[in-house]
Design a protein around this ligand. Structure first.
Ligand SMILES: Nc1ncnc2c1ncn2[C@@H]1O[C@H](COP(=O)(O)OP(=O)(O)OP(=O)(O)O)[C@@H](O)[C@H]1O
Length: 453
């Protein structure tokens, strides 16, 4: 059967195609950048920072107690109360709060006062306001950590740009906001990235879990490195603990231009309309915050060329960011030749009277963007596995793109198999509750390791 897709559309999506050779090149370049991040002398100028997290203990299953957790880092903001009763009995109570968009670009003080207010409201609602509870703060932005409870924000990402926070210890900012209120007794004992929570939570049930991956609003990964290789950790040669979790902050890969060979003209347009142009190049090719906009930009170009949707320029889709990445999952979940979900999306976007060729073209554009995303993630994971030089690993994964895209898991698995050395076994596992259970496990580590006076 001849393709229903307009040849102009096929041409437009060509730039998103990554063949095996290009993927191998991505792995090679990423390997070099990661090494630079880990090594002390090159760390300051490295783009993939490979930050030391100060988390050196994987869960043993013996962690117990009651912990609070706060999760800030993307589209959701949550407060959680986690009780570790036994290795198989973990109780979690959580509440999601509506996060006012204005706080994303307001003052830092307003942001942390809001977090403290939600925390206080949650503690009072759950009757724990008089208990002195340790808190694990999942703060998923690039931080230079100087201890388990000290994280200096390096740069805002994912649409945030609050004033007066970059260069500051965010644990102090949170703790001061809590103390200013004075109505709850909370000790912020640990700051962690969501990738670390994801790894820890997965490692609680899968003993061989050594990598945590997020493909949600943003994208990032962490992994378990040998402490002796974590040169930016002051005790890397003397620490009695053999392991250190490294927060790669791989979203910044390509910020020095080494990824231009995988970028398209659409990537450059998306980059220009973000609050952090020139930053987070890899993340902007992969994650949910940007995938929908990439699809939209191709569609708009096709409408303007009169090759899709009758060239009709009146629809809602003309508005920047109007094409949510969840639409990509919807459109790609239709079986071949059926358009039930696609029709629903088109309806929501106010596009009427579309033809089958328009829908096939739209599906092809979605597939081009999502498969490049999965291929790049596969390259990242393979880089890490090669670096770790192991033959078997479990990877804990979270984020709506991975969870809900109908083919993401298969694509990731397929391309990893093609890139990895023969004989290397891996398992991709959805990690449940990284910002709850994972954060509590890190907080438990912090409490255990605190010097006793
Ligand atoms: N069904 C879906 N398919 C693909 N992408 C989706 C889907 N639902 C939501 N998204 C996208 O995923 C992103 C939200 O991801 P997630 O729910 O994991 O949030 P998050 O925890 O705030 O993200 P992060 O962990 O990166 O900070 C949004 O950009 C949204 O567009």
């Amino acid at each position: 059967m001849p393709s229903l897709v307009n040849p102009e559309v096929e041409m437009a999506v060509k730039g998103f195609i990554l063949d095996q050779e290009k993927m191998a090149e991505v792995v090679e370049r990423m390997t070099k950048e990661m090494k630079m991040g880990l090594a002390k002398d090159t760390h300051p100028r490295a783009v993939i920072k490979c930050f030391v997290t100060y988390v050196q203990d994987l869960p043993t299953g013996k962690e117990r107690g009651k912990y609070l957790a706060l999760d800030l880092g993307g589209s959701n903001f949550r407060v959680l109360l986690v009780t570790l009763n036994s290795d198989s009995d973990v109780e979690t109570i959580s509440k999601s709060f509506e996060f006012p968009k204005s706080l994303m670009s307001g003052s830092g003080k307003a942001l942390f006062d809001f977090l403290a207010e939600c925390l206080s409201e949650f503690c009072i609602e759950n009757g724990v306001q008089d208990e002195t509870l340790p808190l694990g703060f999942t703060f998923s932005f690039p931080c230079q950590q100087q201890g388990l409870s000290k994280g200096i924000l390096v740069a805002w990402t994912k649409g945030f740009s609050c004033e007066g926070v970059v260069g500051k210890n965010v644990v102090t900012l949170l703790q001061e906001a809590i103390d200013r209120r004075g109505d709850v007794k909370i000790n912020t004992v640990a700051i962690l990235n969501d990738t670390v929570g994801t790894l820890m939570s997965c490692a609680h049930s899968h003993k061989n879990c050594r990598i945590g991956l997020i493909v949600g609003t943003g994208s990032n990964a962490c992994y378990v490195e040998k402490t002796v290789n974590a040169e930016c950790f002051e005790g890397y040669q003397t620490s009695p603990k053999p392991s250190m979790i490294i927060n790669c902050e791989w979203g910044a890969f390509g910020d020095n231009g080494v990824l231009e060979f995988v970028r398209t003209s659409y990537d450059k347009v998306v980059d220009r309309i973000t609050p952090n142009p020139g930053r987070q190049t890899f993340e902007k090719c992969i994650s949910g915050m940007y995938m929908g906009e990439l699809v939209r930009l191709v569609v708009i170009e096709m409408i303007n060329k009169d090759v899709m949707f009758h060239g009709d320029k009146s629809q809602k889709i003309q508005k920047a960011w109007s094409f949510n990445s969840s639409y990509i999952s919807d459109i790609e979940s239709d079986p071949p030749g059926e358009y039930r979900s696609c029709n629903k999306v088109l309806n929501e976007l106010g596009i009427i009277g579309s033809q089958e060729s328009d829908k096939e073209s739209l599906k092809l554009i979605c597939e081009a963007v999502s498969s490049r995303s999965a291929k790049l993630c596969a390259c990242g994971l393979v880089t890490i596995i090669n670096k770790m030089n192991i033959n078997e690993v479990v990877i804990g994964i979270d984020g709506s793109v991975y969870r809900f895209h109908p083919k993401y898991h298969e694509m990731l698995q397929f391309h990893m198999r093609k890139l990895l050395k023969p004989g290397v076994k891996f398992e991709l596992v959805v990690s449940e509750d990284g910002s709850g259970k994972g954060a509590a496990l890190v907080a438990a580590t912090a409490v255990q390791n605190k010097p006793k006076i």
